[in-house]
Design a protein around this ligand. Structure first.
Ligand code: PXP
Length: 241
């Protein structure tokens, strides 16, 4: 079965809505771990709209599973990563005005920058993953940067309006995962996954990790964090059979 990375950004979104101390994403991360999460994922955005550097610092001190920092490929974020030493850094594109990460990195378009940031992170013993669209060109470009991992953007699959489009987008994810695996890379996937659409993705053998945030946090508001994480793990387990 795939590993589950629980993204706790939107616990911080709720806190920042009032600029108070609660709910604390660090507490949510501890509950996610107790429920069986394999990884905690946070995106420290340039505009600090949800996760703050304080969260990253405390998570680094308290997190007992892998800590995955999603970050823009920039020198400012490189300094943050050096300071807090996550186990894994996932390079993502970032645009200030976007509601969420809208597409994958254009690795070809920024190859030298991505290469340099990747090498600097690896030199600090931080594993690097590149968040890319499920596109074979991007997979090959990612491989050439020296990153050992990719995370495939599942947004187009999740948002597909018709069954036909959904099948086509899922196949792109499968093909990209196979190509990356053949190149010797480790493969994760995420974005837009929920308790329904996760099933076919959880059944893709080449994908070893899913990062899921919004759907889990949204369910947690109603049923509690541990239960929401356990139900996601259960859904993935069934689908993987
Ligand atoms: N993976 C990456 C690289 C992301 O940027 C995000 C969104 O922050 C996710 C996974 C999780 O997406 P969602 O919140 O839609 O589950």
């Amino acid at each position: 079965m795939q590993r589950l990375g629980v993204n706790v950004d939107h616990v911080a979104t709720l806190r920042q809505a009032r600029r108070v101390r609660y709910p604390d994403p660090v507490t949510a991360a501890a509950l996610a771990e107790l429920a069986g999460a394999d990884q905690i994922t946070v995106h420290l955005r340039e505009d600090r709209r949800h996760i703050q550097e304080r969260d990253l610092r405390l998570l680094r001190e308290t997190c007992q599973v892998m800590l995955n920092l999603e970050m823009a490929a920039s020198d400012d974020m490189l300094k943050v990563a050096w300071a807090h030493k996550p186990d894994l850094a996932t390079l993502v594109p970032e645009r200030r005005e976007e509601i969420t990460t809208e597409g994958g990195l254009d690795v070809n378009g920024m190859r030298e920058l991505v290469k340099r940031i990747t090498r600097s992170l690896q030199d600090a013993h931080i594993a690097v993953s590149l968040f890319i669209d499920p596109d074979l060109e991007q997979v090959r470009a990612a491989h050439k940067t020296g990153a050992q991992r990719v995370e495939l953007h599942t947004g187009a699959y999740c948002e597909a309006a018709t069954e036909e489009a959904r099948t086509r987008e899922l196949q792109r994810v499968v093909d990209a995962a196979r190509t990356a695996t053949r190149l010797g890379m480790r493969v994760a996937a995420g974005h837009g996954l929920n308790y329904e659409n996760v099933k076919p993705v959880a059944a893709i053998a080449e994908i070893e990790e899913l990062n899921i945030g919004h759907a889990i946090v949204a369910r947690a508001v109603l049923v509690g964090f541990e239960r929401a994480v356990r139900e996601m793990l259960e859904t993935m387990r069934h689908a993987a059979r």
